[in-house]
Write a protein that binds this ligand. Sequence first.
Ligand code: ATR
Length: 271
Amino acid sequence: MTDRYAVFGNPVGHSKSPMIHADFAGQTGQDIDYTAIEPPIGELAAAWQAFCAEGGRGANVTVPFKADAFELCDTLSHRARRAGAVNTLILGGNGRTYGDTTDGVGLVRDLAYHRVALAGKRVLIVGAGGAVRGILEPLLGEQPSEVVVVNRTAEKARQLGEDFADLGTIKGGGFDSLDGKFDVVINGTSASLSGDLPPLPDDLFANGAWAYDMMYGVEPTVFLTWAGPRGAKLLDGLGMLVEQAAESFYLWRNQRPDTAPVRARLRQSLN
Ligand code: ATR
């Protein structure tokens, strides 16, 4: 029987995950079926159970279900526990559900793909919501010289510093606490979608710095449009999306797909 996988989201019609995983499956010769499922808000657990009863083996979980997915798991990876969120569900042979989050690995692998080093670099993260919480453990593992998190609600950034203190030092605060230039600036706020730009100083970027937006779209995001003229090299979150999917695929199928052709196809599909 063909193994079934799915992405759960609401809305989910726009999701690129079915296309990405069909590509990975074709590449690696895996016989899988991957669909998009849109449970009503608050009904992820019931939808996942029904899916498993019909041959489901694993799933990706996207907005707004990542915290619900965390709640329904029987066991969790270390990084998922730390993030308080799950984007990858795996049905074990014992009928138990294991949860992991691959977003942070996706970001770190995407940066590596583009030869953007984090080791020894000064890194700024803008935002302190769920998306940022999900990337901090893998990011700190890359040994940047300093990690600063700034957020509109300064207290949330400070809290992150406390919650991750055993993994490394995060200096958390409000935008007014910003000081000096950075080698890598990552936008993890949803502001790039709403059109608002957080109040960042013009002289934020060190020589050769990178601006990375975890969001992506047909047009460059508001953050990248701002960062370009201020001297930064630009990357959007499309590669992160493909890399987090590749890590999920690896967890399910124990095979590492080549992300390069999928990146190209996905970029083309945006135009
Ligand atoms: P996600 O799961 O996408 O991280 P979230 O947990 O709601 O969603 O977090 C959204 C992030 O974007 C937060 O850091 C939020 O700042 P606050 O904590 O102050 O709310 C940030 N954000 C959203 N809209 C913003 C805006 N217009 N300007 C600045 N920051 C914004």
